[in-house]
Design a protein around this ligand. Sequence first.
Ligand code: TRP
Length: 332
Amino acid sequence: MKKISLTGIKPTGELHIGNYFGAIRPALELASSYDARYFIADYHALNTIKNPKELSSLIRGVAAGWLAAGLDPEKVIFYRQSSIPETFELSTQIAAFTPKGLMNRAHAYKAAVRENSEKGNDPDAGINMGLYTYPVLMAADIILFDSDVVPVGSDQVQHIEMAQDIAQAVNYNYKQEVLKIPQAMIQQNAAVVPGLDGRKMSKSYGNTIPLFSPEKQLRKLIMRIVTNSQPLEEPKDPEQSQIYLLYKLFATAEEQASLAARYRAGGMGWGEAKEELFRAANRELSPLRERYEAIMADPAGLDRILAEGAAKARPIAAATVKRFRKASGIDL
Ligand code: TRP
């Protein structure tokens, strides 16, 4: 029996190449050694996205993006959180075992409170209960599917620890293993991708290259990468250049060595380096973009894939909720 991995994908922004190399590719690699489950965390997105058109297009776009990147819905389970009502029952069940103080300590909530106090606002301004109880819903997502490991970035480790605490509190109270205790898995091979301005590529910095940019836009964005004023003749250190760091993600080992040599030799300007980057990026991203466009052109097909995933997921979820119901005395 393979161990179970679970990845939650919050559809709050257009996918970019930082997501691709930093999260999507490493998470998809797990499918070869784990019984892998992936879901679109759409109710988590509702905490921040209140425009219905925007939310539905993000849900479709992000789901299509993962499929285009290689998620194989025949080999793994791929579903939407909102299609699994058991999530919300388990969330209520475990809320009874979650100390309020634990939620007070959650990083995302604390950051929102801090921002309010720095601005002189009421500490609760703009904070909804969805944000406050986010760790409970996330714990339910994880525990519902008997997850052994959850691949996450370091910003999410605290949430996994909270899921462990909550599941342990349930098991301790009923003196039996009602819920499986999940482990965080920090991805070793996740790349940190530099953005157009040299900082980490992130939606919040506005420095991203969207993963499915049409060719023209891809080129335009690459040409916009910020560079220093080193003259053309001067030898350049490839490892100090974000153009080269991005190039490494797309190019073969020989291509990398050859471009690095041109950097060090001098005589190559930034414009030329950007052309090389565009060529390599477009070569890798073109087939992805084509698959993405084909999936987006067939929304009924996409919905069918997600419905089939939900049908595979629900019996697993129902069994967990049932275990809790039995152990707790709710089932008479
Ligand atoms: N909180 C995660 C994020 O912001 C998304 C998420 C929701 C998740 N539920 C999850 C991740 C369960 C892993 C497991 O990216």
